[in-house]
Design a protein around this ligand. Structure first.
Ligand code: 13P
Length: 252
């Protein structure tokens, strides 16, 4: 049985004091709202990771970063490596978010390097894929997502691939208030699972966690998560409100 999961991507939000407050509230709320089925992961900005580790340790909430650099150490001013994240105790790292693809021009090959670096360093990558609005409108969305997965993930060995979490995030749904319909999400998640089946076989396809992201809220989460191939969510805006975030995590 696949693990259900809800991960919160805070993006570049909250100052230190607000982050501290968020962790405190999350740790308090989860005592009475611990999801039976889902694992919860929080991905705050880098400067708050250590605090998150300290404050959420008891709660069972997993900690993830939002990005990493593919080299372990060296002259890469301003970057943070997967090796550093591992040494801090971070368990997950988001790779290939559409905001990094578009704002920082991260391409398939660079993302493949990042995926490899996380796995080599014992970090679980949450690999994001998803099409832009014009690609959806032209009906090219399957090819786009297939290429993203093929170029940045499918070079992995089966053992390596078994650690990967995939997040389907249609770019037109991110931060827009327009989520993919449950049918659209299921259609793509099913397609992704078929691709995994083709590349790695039935067992690996059945075991791969595929999250949905894009305007997922406590109102629409249940309908999205009810789908057989949707294993949870990667949550942006709604993860900034602890009550909403935990309500989403309890929507299975
Ligand atoms: P929103 O939930 O704010 O649409 O963001 C989704 C996202 O980008 C998560 O990575």
């Amino acid at each position: 049985m696949r693990q259900k999961m809800v991960a919160g991507n805070w993006k570049m939000n909250k100052n230190f004091q607000e982050a501290e407050q968020m962790f405190e509230t999350l740790a308090e709320l989860i005592k009475d709202n611990k999801p039976e089925e889902a694992e919860i992961v929080v991905c705050p900005p880098f400067p708050y990771l250590e605090l998150a580790m300290d404050m959420l340790q008891e709660s069972g909430i997993g900690i993830g970063a939002q990005n990493c650099y593919p080299k372990d150490f060296g002259a890469f001013t301003g970057e943070v490596s997967a090796a550093m994240l591992y040494s801090l105790g971070v368990q997950y790292c988001i790779i290939g978010h559409s905001e990094r693809r578009s704002n920082f021009k991260e391409d398939h090959a660079f993302l493949a390097e990042k995926v490899k670096a996380t796995l080599v360093n014992g970090i679980i990558p949450i690999f994001c894929c998803g099409e832009l609005l014009p690609e959806r409108e032209k009906g090219h969305y399957f090819q786009i997502v297939e290429k993203q997965l093929k170029e940045s993930l499918f070079f992995l060995s089966a053992i390596e691939f078994s650690k990967v979490i995939i997040a389907y995030e249609p770019v037109w749904a991110i931060g827009t208030g327009v989520n993919a319909s449950p049918e659209q999400a299921q259609e793509m998640h099913h397609y992704i699972r078929q691709l995994i089946r083709k590349n790695y076989g039935e067992d690996f396809a059945d075991e791969t966690v595929i999250l949905y992201g894009g305007s997922c809220t406590s109102t629409n989460a249940r309908a999205l998560f009810e789908n057989p191939d949707v294993d949870g969510g990667l949550i942006g805006g709604a993860s900034l409100k602890p009550e909403d975030f935990l309500a989403i995590a309890n929507s299975f």
